[in-house]
Design a protein around this ligand. Structure first.
Ligand SMILES: Cc1cc2nc3c(=O)[nH]c(=O)nc-3n(C[C@H](O)[C@H](O)[C@H](O)COP(=O)(O)OP(=O)(O)OC[C@H]3O[C@@H](n4cnc5c(N)ncnc54)[C@H](O)[C@@H]3O)c2cc1C
Length: 415
């Protein structure tokens, strides 16, 4: 008998299992996958997520695997370029083969039992609610709590009929691949990484190693397109491009051609990528739902994509999964009852922002003016980047909008 069974052992599941085991609970995590293994996902971990990894003692393992740090980002929106440093912490972009294996290893070290290659086929019920899992081979395993951390097509969510709170139809087709020999954006050249970043509230004590030669993360939004280029392990550059989902039938006829043509609309990125060499196959998906499900019920919880999944255009999923794991470990170990409320409060604002951005429409009217106002001031740029980094609440950012617009208007008056 276990205290908790976790279905799925990637970011949400392995982190939940690790944190619960560290608190002394008897935990079983199962996954049909074996590790290390890749999964269909790019892998920017926002600074709030990497700060969690640091606090859990896992950041050094990412660094030991040669994962480069990204301290600055250049977000080119066509008419406006926002360029700056994340206000709190550092972004890392480890391959999922690296990250997920580190998390599974840490769960085992903490005392959790992890069964790989275990395919859950259903749940076991008693008169109280969910009471365990049933494997494909008929094995039944029991625990008073089952956590569904089994991704966006969660079997646990289906079996418990978790009510859907929000559902926005998929908006994008996304393709990505890895290139070697991509020169950094030339604006990065004279810039060296700063001293190790020392955290301030609320991440007091944080220290990330981001010294040495640094490369910017590059983001581009063009009408009907979003692009990201980030350095990852083994000296490779991950390049991602998204287009509206209704373009899929044309996009799929020549994915590489469409991807490269998209990069050609992003300054010299196309040229720099073409000068390099693609080292892995292109991956393309339209399986990009935007769904929020109820996350708790009798004997069950949902964490990560199983409970809330959104378009990758804002790269929030891994950070969300790690944050859910932390909330859930507190909830279960301390007998709290407010996981649903805290999960919704933390994630629904960025869910709304993400589904809006996934429409891939250019900013117009007041939004365009606001972006220009943000670009003018370093502090405003950092605050804007902090929303995606997970270190500035959307509400705090919204409250500062009138001030930014006034500063912009004053600038016009003086000009
Ligand atoms: C194209 C793309 C790009 C992305 N880019 C980013 C990005 O840059 N940054 C970011 O933060 N996020 C990104 N994401 C999102 C990110 O991949 C997910 O949010 C993240 O993987 C969620 O973690 P999870 O642990 O909740 O679920 P998953 O990573 O999906 O893990 C679920 C696990 O459950 C297991 N499982 C499922 N069903 C069963 C079963 N019946 N029995 C046993 N095991 C089961 C699976 O084998 C899997 O290992 C991207 C997603 C896509 C599709």
């Amino acid at each position: 008998m276990y205290d908790v069974i976790v279905v799925g052992a990637r970011p949400a599941g392995a982190a939940t299992a690790m944190l619960l085991a560290r608190r002394g609970l008897r935990v079983l995590a199962v996954d049909r996958a074996r590790f290390p293994s890749d999964t269909l996902s790019t892998h920017q971990i926002q600074p709030s997520g990497t700060e969690r990894l640091r606090r859990w003692g896992l950041l050094d393992r990412l660094l030991a695997a040669g994962t480069p740090a990204t301290e600055r980002v250049r977000f080119d929106l066509g008419g406006t370029v926002l360029q700056g440093r994340f206000p709190e912490g550092v972004l890392y972009s480890p391959r999922r083969t690296v990250l997920d294996a580190i998390l599974v290893g840490a769960a085992r070290e903490a005392g959790a039992e992890v069964r790989e290659g275990f395919h859950v086929a259903g749940l076991v019920w008693d008169d109280r609610g969910v009471a365990g899992i049933r494997g494909r081979d008929g094995t039944e395993l029991r625990a008073p709590v089952v956590v569904g951390a089994d991704g966006k097509h969660s079997l646990v969510a289906k079996e418990v009929a978790a009510p859907v709170q929000r559902n926005v139809a998929p908006r994008t087709v996304a393709s990505y691949a890895y290139w070697e020999g991509v020169e950094p954006w030339k604006g990065s050249e004279p810039w060296k990484g700063s001293e190790p970043w020392k955290g301030s509230e609320p991440w007091k004590g944080g220290e990330h190693r981001a010294g040495g030669e640094q490369r910017h993360g590059e983001l581009y939004h063009r009408p009907g397109r979003a692009v990201a280029a980030f350095p990852t392990n083994d000296g490779l550059t991950m390049v991602y491009a998204a287009a509206p989902i209704d373009k899929f039938s044309t996009w799929r006829t020549d994915v590489e051609g469409h991807l490269l043509a998209t990069l050609d609309r992003c300054g010299d990125l196309g040229e720099r990528v073409r000068a390099g060499r693609r080292v892995e196959r292109l991956r393309t998906t339209v399986d990009l739902p935007n769904v929020v499900r109820r996350a708790q019920g009798p004997g069950w919880f949902l964490a990560g994509d199983a409970g809330l999944v959104m378009d990758p255009v804002t790269a929030q999923g891994i950070g969300n999964a790690l944050a859910d794991a932390e909330l859930l470990a507190e909830t279960i170990a301390e007998g709290r009852t407010d996981y649903q409320r805290r999960r919704d409060a933390a994630r629904l604002p960025i869910f709304g922002l993400t589904t809006g951005l996934a429409a891939l429409r250019p900013a117009k009217g007041l939004n365009a003016v606001l972006l220009k106002a943000i670009a003018r001031r370093e502090a405003s740029t950092e605050q804007f980047l902090g929303v995606f980094a997970g270190t500035v609440p959307v509400r705090t950012f919204r409250r500062s909008i009138p001030r930014m617009l006034v500063q912009r208007a004053r600038g016009w008056a003086v000009a």
